[in-house]
Design a protein around this ligand. Sequence first.
Ligand code: GRF
Length: 192
Amino acid sequence: MRLGILGSGSGSNMQAILDAIDAGTLDAEIALVLSDNPDAFILERAAKRGIPTGVIDCRGFKTRYPEEAQLETARQLKDAGVDIICLAGFMRLVKQPLLDAFPDRILNIHPALLPAFPGVAAWKQAVEAGATETGCTVHYVDAGMDTGPAILQAKVPVYPDDTPETLHARIQVEEHRLYPEAIQFVGEKLGL
Ligand code: GRF
C-alpha cells in the first residue's frame, strides 16, 4: 500500500507511521510527503529518509486550500502511485477536487474523541471544558471539519493539573499507536 502524507507541522505522526513500517506492523510504503508550509519539520524528516517531498502552493492564501492547488496535489499523488492519503497535522480543509480523486481513501488523525472537540487545538478545548476524558480519532475525511466517519478511537484521561501541553503530549502517545493501526486496517479492507 502506497501512502501519501500531507502535513503542516512537526510530522511526529508520519514518524510513527515510518516506525511501524520499520517494525513490520504496517505493510506500507510512504511514496510522497507534501506540505503547505515550506519550513515544516515534516519535510525535513521525510527528506532525511530519502522520501520524495513537495510544497503545496496555496497561492498566498493563509488558510484556504485553493481548488487549483488541490488538483495539483491530486495529480502529484496519482503520479506517485498513492493508494491512501494520510493527513497528519495538515491545517487546511480538503474539499471536492481532492476528495473526488481519492474517494474513501483519505484519512485524518484528530486529537479528540470526535464528535467532541472538532477543529483546532482540541486538547486545549478539552482542558478548558473541564473534560475528564478525551482521546484521539482516526477518521475518513469528508468536506466538513473533522466530520467524516470514525475508523478507530483511543481514550486518554485528563488530569486536574493538566495544561494543554501536558494533555497534548499524552494524546500524541496514543495517536502514534493508533494511526498506523488504522491505516493497516483500512488497507486490508481495501485489499491493498
Ligand atoms: C496531531 O496532534 C494531530 O492529531 C493533529 O495535529 C497534530 C499533528 O502533530 N491533527 P504531528 O505533526 O504529527 O506531530
